[in-house]
Design a protein around this ligand. Sequence first.
Ligand SMILES: Cc1ncc(COP(=O)(O)O)c(C=O)c1O
Length: 398
Amino acid sequence: MRDLNLHLTPAEGVERLKWEWESERTHYPDLLGFGTADMDYQCPGPILDALSDVIKHGHLGYPMVPDEFYQAIHDHLLKVAGWDIDARTSVAQNVGIYTSSWSVLETLTKPGDRITILTPVHMCFRSLIKLNGRTALECPLIYKDRKYSIDYKSLESCIASGTKILWICNPHNPVGRAWTREELEEIASIALKYNVFIMSDDVYSGLLFPGTSYTPIASLSKEISALTVTQYSTSKSYNTTGLRHSYIVAENPEIMKLYTDSLLRLQLSYGKNIMGMAATIAAYRDCDSWLDELNRTIQRNHEFITSYFDENLPGASVAIADSTYFAWCDMRALGLPPAQLSYLIECEEHMITENGSELGKGGNGFIRINLATSEENLAEGVRRLKHFWNKHFKGGVL
Ligand SMILES: Cc1ncc(COP(=O)(O)O)c(C=O)c1O
């Protein structure tokens, strides 16, 4: 049995999009990667053991779905959120989260339909809506005193103007908020009033700073669950993105039927990801202490970057967060063209960040930093950002 401590992945011999691909693309030998939403930590030991066990058996053909897979999901949701689902009838597997979003969009909406999203949000939300021939209605979050909250008035008017799906992200990438029960109740009451479906991307639901709790919107009531598809994967919380495996929970049998029909059309219902299922079982059964250590580390990194900004980058700040592994950094006071911000940081500081301007309304002038890395990388990263700030900051107010 491998240990349950958090270990950095040795860089030798691995070919990651987050590091090696970016180095190849930029040719900077001193490149720092804070972009792609992957961690620089090794996958937890029990998951590696479970995957090794699959290999040891030597059979990688089409697997049955073991009962343990459903049981592990059931027990996990009950433990973390008090949500008691019948996993055998309400869980369906898919490749990634976004493949699954594709199926939801193509079954619950028609071309031309409108889907409401809360921005800034991961750019794939907008692009998938567009690629499906649907329209994204962007409802910006409120940013006040460094904290994000939901503008219910604006949300209601977006939805009242005709929306088929409200697509939320909980916890929310990039701003790092796990929506509270009260916030979700407000969202749910609007959804119920206008009878819109909810797609809730809860891929970051394991990444909660100590003391933060997680509520799946569908767990609020049977009525809201009947309108909701919730998406999960071990990918972000346990660093298994390369397995390409996710699952949904949909308690409404009609939605489940539409969704599984979509899987049939994609030939995704026959055969499952043998590694993805093994990883899910191990993650939910054996990795709690690893996840606790991870979340403590991320919170520490978040506190570090927040104080560093406060002390060294006058006029810049980091949004208050309670979840995910992102620092969402407000660089608006630089007054640089928003579309160029991350590009300039890349060229001048040899550092990859995610550019806020691509994440929809409210993202201009922000960058997203991935905190799931070593203390050394983070310390060097903030030093480079200070250098960038000193070079460009004119002291003016935007
Ligand atoms: C909110 C969110 N959902 C989904 C994904 C991607 O999931 P997948 O690779 O499983 O499609 C990401 C990746 O960054 C993400 O941030």
